[in-house]
Structures are given as C-alpha cells and as structure tokens.
Design a binder for this molecule. Structure first.
Ligand code: ZN
Length: 315
C-alpha cells in the first residue's frame, strides 16, 4: 500500500523554472487616478522608487489627460521626470489623443499607452466619443509613432465585460483586435478586463484565439473586483501571455467603469508566479514594502490578499 507514496511525491516535485514573465506595475496611474484627494507628487515618486527597488522594471507612470478630466494626473510630467532618473526602468504614459501624444513625446516617455474600449457605451462614457472616432484618431498616432520608432502599447478596455453592456461577445472583441492588429504588426496589445468581471475560461479562450491568429504578442490587464484577478492571470499565463499589468497594494479602479475596484495586486501575482517557479525578477521583501506604501495612500482602497498573510510576509 505504501508503494503509492514515492510516486505521489514525485508527482508533486517542485516545478522546474518555467520561464519568466514581465510585470508592468500600473499603481502610479491606474492605481491612483480615481482617488479623490490629490496624492502628493512625492508620494507617487516614493511608490515608484520602492517598486523600482523591488526589481520592477516597467511601470505605467501617469497619463497626459486633461487635468480638468482627471486632476489626479496633473503632475504626470513631474512624476515622469523622477521616474526617468531610474536606470533601466521602462516608463509608460497613457495618451488619450494627439495633444497627450505630443506632451508625452516632449516629456521623453519610453512607451506610449493608447486606449479605447471594445464596447460603444463604455467608450462614450470614458472618452466622450464613438469607437470609430477613437480608432481613427489613434490610428493616426500609431502611424506617426511607428514611423518614428516609438514603442507603443494599445490597450483595449472592456474586452471581456462592459459595465453597461455585460459580457462582450468574443466575435465583437475579435473584430476590434483584428483592426488594431492591422495598424502595426509590431505593436504590443493589451486586452483589459476593466471591470474585473471576466471569467478564467473566457480569458483563456480569447487569448487562445488571438495567439492562434497573431502570435504571442498580447498582454493582460486585469482587475480583482470579483475576486477573479489571480485566476484570470493564471488563465492568461496558461494561454501563453507573458506580459501582465498589476498594481502594488491592489490599488485601482476606473472613474468611468462603475463598480470596478482595484487592479489585481502585484504582490498576489508575484506570489502566484513564485509558487509556480516562474521568474518575475522581483524581490519579495522589497515588493511588500512598495505594496505597503501604495496601500496606505490617503483616499485609496487597497486590495490583494498576500499583504495580510503573516506566513507569506515572513517568506
Ligand atoms: Zn485598469
């Protein structure tokens, strides 16, 4: 009877290192932008420095949007200046339109994040224009940036679920992804679960389809609103995704996506990959420090599980 033991053990042997993933921490932008009280510039920079010290080498620093629309992002140029001082850190800023594009170029961002929604009502609510208008405007930016050799990330929001229209039919999502794909075959594209209401099987199915059609060039941006954040990251990973957005301390939300709470927490994602033997380049103790700073920002609603697990904190 005891013969079963060794083979059972063998079946649960620690996994061999299973490659690596790239994490882009979006706490400085997605994490902070919907917080009411203005977060002082030095706090934003402190989060970025702590994340950098933990080994994170890619971040979404801010957004060149109208300060009237999103006052929290009014100091993006200043925050970016501080971030650009950190050697080897890739700094992304979001640009909603041509004006933001010009500002981001002048400020020296490494990568520009474009965004629109896969659903009409969210695009209208978030960007105050139709999807066709957004797409036409962003297409001219992509052409200009591609000609200049500027790195881009095209974020397609509400690709799984929309706060107004519910679960997004996969064919609708595929149609928009195909049009975005055609703009620049080298561009990174992120499929975003803006409301956190995607299900892991849906995430796996859509990434399977896009990978089969266009190769492994997609990123996943997930929220943890319904507690599916880590499960969705895992589903995307199994489907071949190797670039993930997450926010230290699980900060986040979207002022135009009712009910959307925090981004999936970076510390939860790092723990997942650490347990799986997947390299993230992140130092665990350093990351907890950064997550603690992010989680105590005044007016923020922190999330994530791992900060609250004593045994994990000691690991
Ligand atoms: Zn988001």
């Amino acid at each position: 009877m005891n013969d079963a033991l060794p083979s059972t053990r063998a079946a649960y042997a620690p996994p061999r290192p299973a490659g690596s993933v790239t994490l882009s921490d979006v706490a400085p932008r997605d994490g902070l932008q919907s917080i009411g009280p203005f977060v002082p510039t030095e706090t934003k920079v402190a989060i970025i420095r702590a994340l950098y010290d933990s080994g994170i080498r890619r971040m979404e620093i801010g957004s060149f949007v109208s300060p009237k629309a999103i006052p929290q992002m009014a100091d993006t140029a200043e925050v970016l200046r501080a971030a650009l001082d950190l050697p080897g850190l890739e700094c992304t800023v979001l640009v909603p339109n041509r004006r933001g594009y010009d500002m981001a170029l002048a400020a020296g961002a490494h990568r520009l994040g474009l965004f629109m929604s896969a659903t009409e009502s969210h695009n209208r609510s978030n960007l105050n224009r139709t999807r066709e208008e957004s797409f036409a405007d962003l297409a001219t930016i992509v052409r200009d940036a591609s000609a200049r050799g500027i790195a881009l990330r095209f974020n397609l929001s509400t690709v799984f679920h929309c706060p107004f229209e519910g679960v997004v039919p996969e064919e609708d999502a595929m149609d928009w992804i195909e049009r975005i794909m055609a703009l620049d075959p080298a561009m990174e594209i992120a499929l975003a679960d803006t409301t956190g209401n995607a299900s892991p099987d849906q995430v796996a199915r859509l990434f399977d389809r896009v990978h089969r059609s266009w190769g492994l060039r997609f990123a996943f941006h997930g929220h943890d609103t319904y507690g599916m954040g880590v499960a969705n990251v895992y589903a995307a990973y199994r489907a071949g995704v190797r670039i993930f957005d997450s926010a230290a301390g699980g900060l986040g939300g979207c002022p135009f996506a009712p009910g959307a709470t925090g981004n999936v927490a970076t510390e939860d994602v790092v723990w997942l990959f650490r347990r799986m033997g997947v390299e993230t380049g992140v130092n665990w103790a350093g990351l907890l420090k950064a997550a603690d700073i992010a989680a105590t920002v005044q007016g923020g609603t922190p999330g994530g599980r791992l900060r609250g697990v004593p045994a994990a904190r000691a690991a």
